[in-house]
Design a protein around this ligand. Sequence first.
Ligand SMILES: C[S@@+](CC[C@H](N)C(=O)[O-])C[C@H]1O[C@@H](n2cnc3c(N)ncnc32)[C@H](O)[C@@H]1O
Ligand code: SF4
Length: 333
Amino acid sequence: MKWSGRILTFLYKKASQLLFGNSDHADWILEKMQRPGSIWLTCRNLWHYWRGNPRIAGLTAIVIEPVYGCNLRCKTCWGSMEYVKNRPARMPWETFTRIIDHLPKSVESVTFSLAGEPLLHDGIIPMIEYVCKKGVRAILATNGTLLTGEILGRIAASPLSVVNVSVETDPELNLDIRGVDQPQLRKNITHLAELKRPEMEIKLALVAHSGNDAKMSQVKEQWAGLIENIKISPEFKFTGKDNLSACLELWRGNVNILTDGTVMPCCVSVFSGDIDSIIIGNINEQTLIEIIHGERFRSLLAGAAQGNPPPPCQKCVEFRSPNIPRRALKLGR
Ligand SMILES: C[S@@+](CC[C@H](N)C(=O)[O-])C[C@H]1O[C@@H](n2cnc3c(N)ncnc32)[C@H](O)[C@@H]1O
Ligand code: SF4
């Protein structure tokens, strides 16, 4: 890591400790935020959050859903959630280029993820290249099972900055929760590590829940030497009913765009199956700048700040454990 990355990691560890009571989010923050302008914008977004102002200063990152659907049925995700809102299985190229062509200059990274497996999109490599040609970093979240053969080589040669592969804590849980054969997945990751450009980072993403919480500490040792970092995020469920706090996610300066162009400010509520009330616009009708400064987002933020967040937020429950960093910071007002 360059010296600038080391300094930022040090600062982000302090910021993560201050905000989340745990320094483990430093790597997530570094992945998304490397430009001084993004840090300044995020400070202003945080200020609006603390003040309960119904606005954000701007966007630093976006997440795109290239595919709505998956080859797996992980028990925390497609295996258990009810997906009531239908949308196209693949994001059309026109929708995608519309997003990137009108991307605010303040956005420094585009992550391919959300409710599906991005590698199922046959245009994923051109999408990654299109993003990077605009001078924006591209990040991929994948279950890693399709990282074989030709697509493995094309991903390895692509200008992606980071490939995040989602895993469970051990082979038994990989099979039980994700339906994935860990030895095969390890082979895929090993091949990617051999073929990739030196600048590309491979990281693991884990979802912490009651079944794997105690096993988290084993993961680092198991994958030592093969991957750059491990990111742990708590499992989110939508089984609560009275969470009225204002969640930082809405003010984070990140929006999520679904296959049909729908824009929403929270990435985990895609698992709720009840997203209408958290939609702030559609990229086919407005630009991102118009959407984040528009009336729908303003009234969503005002409601959240006044203790009346939309239904997915009220139902949102985050897995809690002393070992696991919190993800959603929530101010009660
Ligand atoms: C939904 S997946 C989409 C990308 C890709 N299919 C993958 O598995 O990485 C993005 C991330 O969300 C995580 N995830 C799944 N269910 C979750 C839940 N209920 N709460 C929090 N994260 C979850 C996955 O493990 C994965 O790391
Ligand atoms: S976590 Fe990823 S791989 Fe698993 S079902 Fe969800 S989208 Fe598919």
